[in-house]
Write a protein that binds this ligand. Structure first.
Ligand SMILES: Nc1ncnc2c1ncn2[C@@H]1O[C@H](COP(=O)(O)OP(=O)(O)OP(=O)(O)O)[C@@H](O)[C@H]1O
Ligand SMILES: O=P(O)(O)OC[C@H]1O[C@H](OP(=O)(O)OP(=O)(O)O)[C@H](O)[C@@H]1O
Length: 216
């Protein structure tokens, strides 16, 4: 029996946007896949040689980079943070649109001048992207790594600034923060394990199916 092609899909907010895209690419998973309450992690599809796994957004890149999954759907924020050389990201899936930005309390922003920064302390889930961004303009960034709820850091004195994803801006607003600088625009990408692309029949046609699904 040939080994199945495994596609890693993030649970959470991208899942609902990914389902119609998967369908347009001809990949129809069993019903439990779209059910956030299901505790299953591996799911069959109507195509016998393709199965899906549902993992955390940051772990999609890890599964695909190590060849445990051959393809995956992952935010460009995650790709920028990890920069895995084993990952090829051939298709912008045009879902999961947001931006990675620097934010700080509104009252601080009113008297702050980013041009005057020489050293900043920042709470973020993205320490590498943050350090690189600041280093490019000669600012040293001291990052406090958090995995969520970055918006709490300024009011609780953990760090005066945060680097986090922003979409509607509602989370920042409800926590008294304002966006002071955009670091990068984010969307989800199809990622492929480079070795699998060369050695596993069926991977390249899937990439083409996703490309057509985005254009449809
Ligand atoms: N507000 C948003 N709008 C649009 N896309 C977003 C938004 N927030 C996150 N994303 C995208 O979705 C991906 C997953 O984000 P999500 O918030 O679901 O992860 P998470 O809840 O932090 O994950 P986990 O619980 O696994 O740590 C991000 O990497 C990003 O590409
Ligand atoms: O600008 P907004 O539309 O408010 O979106 C921004 C929020 O979305 C993401 O978190 P998410 O809601 O995915 O929850 P998380 O804390 O689990 O990452 C991000 O980390 C922000 O907190």
């Amino acid at each position: 029996m040939t080994e199945k092609i495994v596609i890693a899909v993030p649970k959470g907010r991208i899942l609902s946007e990914a389902l119609p895209l998967l369908a347009r690419a001809g990949i129809v998973p069993e019903a439990a896949f779209g059910d956030e309450d299901s505790r299953a992690l591996r799911f069959a599809t109507q195509t016998p040689e393709i199965e899906l796994i549902r993992v955390r957004a940051f772990d999609v890149a890890t599964f695909v980079a190590h060849g445990a999954a051959q393809l995956g759907i992952v935010g460009s924020d995650v790709l920028a943070e990890f920069a895995y050389s084993e990952l090829y990201a051939p298709v912008d899936l045009a879902i999961g649109h947001c931006r990675l930005s620097i934010a700080e309390p509104a009252e601080m922003a009113a008297r702050d001048d980013p041009r005057g920064w020489s050293h900043v302390r920042v709470a973020t889930k993205y320490p590498h992207v943050t350090e690189e961004h600041f280093a490019r303009r000669g600012v040293q960034a001291e990052c406090i790594k958090l995995n969520g709820a970055m918006e709490l850091a300024p009011t609780l004195g953990l760090a005066p600034r945060i680097v986090d994803l922003v979409s509607s801006g509602r989370t920042l607003k409800e926590n008294g923060l304002v966006e002071v600088e955009r670091i990068m625009d984010v969307s989800s990408r199809l990622v492929v394990n480079r070795a699998a692309m060369k050695t596993r029949a069926g991977v390249v046609p899937l990439v083409e199916a996703f490309r057509r699904a985005v254009e449809a």
